[in-house]
Design a protein around this ligand. Sequence first.
Ligand code: URA
Length: 213
Amino acid sequence: MNIAANIGPALALDSADATSIARLRHQAEGCTRCDLYRNATQIVFGEGSGKAEIVLVGEQPGDQEDLTGRPFVGPAGRLLEQCLEEAGLERERCYVTNAVKHFKFTPRGKRRLHAKPNAGEIRRCAWWLGAELDIIKPKLVITLGASALYALFGPKVKLTPERGHILHPANRPPVLVTIHPSYLLRIRDGAEQRRLRRDFVSDLHKAAEFQLR
Ligand code: URA
């Protein structure tokens, strides 16, 4: 299995210019680069050390993230944290962020149902993601799901064939491609869920060596 594919350049992300994550976060607070800010409670910026070896990129904040202003604090975040721990990774030493920084949802009665961000929203928000990566300069980026992969590579790199591989773009840190933990939460069959969870942990395990030092 090809687990270390060399690949052309990642997208040249047109990014914000800032010298620290704190300054970048401050700039992002007033973001109106797409319309998602209109209905979201607040921006949910990345969180973690500006010197992290590993940056994890999810899709977009969910309901609880939107209310608290922190990434991956809801059910998908709790599952991610357990799987990271099983893979020997410490969340506190990672920087955790999203491809899209505002919650996109469809109101359904009192509930707000997750709606997938579109290509334009992901591209606009890559302005912040690109700057986060430029400042942190991690040893490894982990993309969780298709939207994060799209943010870095555009439409030419697909999740299914690359899942579990470490891609080596010419102009960026290596990228470990894996699924989004919320995918596991949607699987009804217990045995299937356990099997795919093991695969997810085994993908994350490939990142552990980047956090050894
Ligand atoms: N899903 C994501 O992609 N990001 C979060 O922060 C929470 C759920």
